[in-house]
Design a protein around this ligand. Structure first.
Ligand code: AMP
Ligand code: GLY
Length: 426
């Protein structure tokens, strides 16, 4: 079989690598891919942009692709799946209507409220004065979010009312995020422990994947600016069996039923960002209509099942027949970023990768290949991933493996997984 992965980050390297392991897969194409996908056996990069939907469909048609898997949210929100399906092609991801769960925070909050799914109290505003009046009433700390897609930069956790008010002004009046900031959502500041709960959905049936947790802040101890994610691990110990069951029954199932009640049929990966509050109630922070990055790397490193089987079943609406089998070990990935990320950073630095082993793998993200030489081409460059008996051992192995991967000025957090490590050792 031939499969096609759209995207060029760490998530797509992990997806392409995992799909290439399937005995039924002869060829994996990735558009545009990165140096990591270029170096994998059976995998070929295709020089097409993820926003050129027509060319992506034409490629899939002319190469008789059996299944296409979409990595990033941009093309999903733009309707890439609608384009593929219009040509009768199998494409795993939600259509544009369902991708609104990530494309508009206001849409999601209204959806959650309508279907009684637990989430932070909120208000939605296009008018600055009304937003400021709401802030005065609600007080700080409080959270201000631009409505649309902002690559993670549109969420402001404001400790003071002044910060919240400037955020509202920057977004609504200063046009900081363009069209994505034509509306703001202001919401209650939740406390607790976060987890990423990612499932596969075939329209009606749900297959939960292993739990995970990522670190969004740039610096150690979870401080500094928000990033796409500086590292992740799986499983997340906060998601014990009881928490898992509550997330399934109080969040995931009502979401699938709610979508159906609204006339929407969700197929694809669905990522619930959950805050497990002090009393154990799981509340939805956000939905993403795709797999997480960097959560995909440790999660797929633990997946023993054939990913093609799962995707094929989901595309045919028979996901209920599948189970996902996991390595009982934990996996942890540390992101090595370009100096300056998440601000401006240089590109083109030579990368030396070192040697992967049975229980370690360096997934690429922002890399390109220059002849045979991998070079940096993005902010998050590599995700050094390892398996261990628990998160503590996976962490030690990932940092040991990281010592033999180099590029000039590489920056990384030294504490990925610290909460899980504290739990394991307490
Ligand atoms: P989002 O993109 O909406 O998930 O927000 C990005 C990050 O901001 C989340 O992963 C949380 O760490 C934090 N966050 C978002 N909403 C809230 C909230 N209501 N209370 C506390 N933290 C939040
Ligand atoms: N790691 C967070 C995300 O994929 O959005």
């Amino acid at each position: 079989m031939k499969v096609f992965v759209i995207g060029g980050g760490g998530r797509e390297h992990a997806l392409a690598w995992k799909l290439s392991q399937s005995p039924r897969v002869n060829e994996v194409f990735v558009a545009p891919g990165n140096a990591g996908t270029a170096l994998e056996e059976k995998v070929t990069n295709i020089d097409l942009s993820i926003s050129d939907l027509d060319s992506l469909v034409t490629f899939a048609e002319s190469h008789a692709i059996d299944y296409t898997v979409i990595g990033p949210e941009g093309p999903l929100v733009d309707g890439v799946v609608n384009h593929f399906e219009a040509k009768g092609l199998h494409c795993f991801g939600p259509r544009a209507d369902c991708a609104q769960l990530e494309g508009s925070k206001a849409f999601t909050k209204e959806f959650l409220k309508r279907h009684n799914i637990p989430t932070a109290a909120y208000g939605t505003f296009t008018d600055v004065n009304q937003a400021l009046a709401y802030l005065d009433k609600a007080g700080a700390p409080i959270v201000v979010k631009a409505d649309g897609l902002t690559a993670g930069k549109g969420v402001i956790l404001a400790d003071t009312l002044d910060q919240a008010k400037s955020a509202v002004q920057d977004i609504l009046q200063g046009n900081q995020f363009g069209e994505a900031g034509s509306r703001v959502v202001i919401e209650e500041f939740l406390t607790g422990e976060e987890a990423s709960f990612i499932v596969m959905v075939d329209g009606t049936d749900v297959l939960p994947l292993a739990s995970s947790q990522d670190h969004k802040a740039a610096y150690d101890s979870d401080v500094g600016p928000n990033t796409g994610g500086m590292g992740a691990y799986s499983p997340a110990p906060v998601v014990d069996q009881m928490c898992h069951d509550r997330i399934m029954s109080e969040v995931i199932q009502p979401t699938i039923h709610g979508l159906a009640a609204d006339g929407l049929r969700y197929r694809g990966f669905l990522y619930a960002g959950i805050m497990v509050t002090v009393d154990g109630t799981p509340k939805v922070l956000e939905y993403n209509c795709r797999f997480g990055d960097p959560e995909t790397q440790p999660i797929l490193f633990r997946l023993k099942s054939d990913l093609l089987d799962l995707i094929e079943a989901a595309c045919h609406g028979v996901l209920g027949d599948q189970i996902a089998v996991w390595d009982s070990r934990a996996a942890l990935g540390v992101v090595m970023a370009a100096p300056g990320y998440p601000g401006d950073y240089p590109k083109g630095a030579k990368i030396s990768l070192g040697q992967d082993t049975e229980d370690t793998k360096v997934f690429h993200a922002g890399t390109a290949i220059n002849g045979d030489q991998p070079v940096t081409s993005g902010g998050r460059v590599l995700c050094v991933t390892a398996l261990g008996s628990g998160v503590t051992e996976a962490q030690a192995k990932a940092y040991e493996r990281l010592k033999s991967a180099h590029f000039e000025g590489a920056e990384y957090r030294k504490d990925i997984g610290y909460r899980a490590v504290e739990r394991e050792n307490s």
